[in-house]
Design a protein around this ligand. Structure first.
Ligand SMILES: C[S@@+](CC[C@H](N)C(=O)[O-])C[C@H]1O[C@@H](n2cnc3c(N)ncnc32)[C@H](O)[C@@H]1O
Length: 278
């Protein structure tokens, strides 16, 4: 693991996460040993817009039960479970943070997905997966921790079969090049944050032999989503189960800075879908 990767994994490690998710389920009135995929959704999709964003991305893709899916930077496996639940596909998740991988496996076992998913600790730049082993790679809110975008795209292209797709949803650089306000959900300091312009992603993809099929700026969606989240919290307080469980004590500050950066045009949550043609 590189020094940056080590620092990133430390950033995401908050301790006893599986137990805290179980406690939050109990506090929400759900038996943790009988939790469903839907019960977990409020706390297991660690990206802007949660499952609404996942729906938007997957509604543009064609999956069947036979689609072999790679979840790059899978976190605690929310998107992996979404895929198994919606399509009955098989999923391999890879993530840098051991605590997240452990929680991903524990939660997937609870919902009965153990025979459909496997999770591995590993870097997106050197994934423990075979060449051409996947029909679809997805990556949600991971690239902001990875400086080497060319290496990232080359590694995903290696893992994809010809004709396979790569669908991503990342926080990319906005129109202004003002410095970002920190801490942010993916990094508390500038040194482990690599928020790049959409053009850089597209250049890296082209160099790896991936052809752009779709690109969507999700800024308006993100602004509306956070307005609704903040209104709900003002009305009834934070729910026990939420992505704040993965963000430590500074979670409120991280959310506020994210929204301030969004309104200032410093960041632009963006979806891209590529195809491996060659
Ligand atoms: C904001 S979370 C998103 C998790 C998940 N994709 C989701 O949407 O719920 C970012 C994730 O990227 C992982 N990550 C960051 N850098 C990585 C790298 N170089 N290789 C693999 N995973 C990485 C982190 O460990 C973390 O789980």
């Amino acid at each position: 693991m590189s020094q940056i990767e080590d620092a990133v994994a430390k950033h995401y490690t908050t301790g006893a996460l599986t137990d805290r998710v179980r406690d939050a389920l109990k506090a929400s009135g759900v038996d943790p040993d009988a939790a469903t995929v839907a019960d977990l959704k409020a706390g297991d999709e660690f990206h802007t817009g949660g499952v609404l964003a996942t729906d938007h991305l997957f509604d543009q893709l064609s999956l069947t039960h036979a689609t072999r899916v790679l979840d790059v930077g899978c976190g605690i496996g929310g998107t992996s479970r979404y895929v198994v639940d919606r399509y009955d596909s098989t999923v391999t998740g890879v993530d840098l943070t051991p605590e997240f991988v452990e929680t991903a496996a524990a939660l997937s076992e609870i919902v009965g997905h153990s025979d459909k998913v496997e999770f591995h600790v590993g870097s997106a730049l050197d994934m423990p997966v075979p060449d051409a082993g996947f029909d679809l790679a997805v990556m949600l809110h991971v690239g902001m921790n990875i400086e080497d975008k060319a290496g990232l795209f080359a590694e995903v292209a290696r893992a994809l079969a010809t004709g396979g797709s790569f669908a991503l949803f990342d926080v990319m650089a906005g129109e202004t090049d003002e410095p970002l306000a920190f801490p942010l959900p993916w990094s508390s300091v500038a040194e482990t944050s690599f928020v790049d312009a959409p053009e850089l992603y597209k250049d890296a993809a082209a160099a790896a032999g991936l052809e752009l099929e779709a690109e969507t700026d999700r800024t308006e969606f993100a602004i509306k989503f956070f307005e609704e989240v903040f209104a709900k919290i003002a009305e009834s307080g934070p729910a026990p189960l939420g992505i704040h469980l993965m963000m430590g004590e500074t979670a409120p500050e991280k959310f506020q800075n994210y929204v301030a950066n969004l309104h200032a045009g410093r960041i632009r949550p963006t979806e891209m879908i590529f195809k491996k043609t060659g």
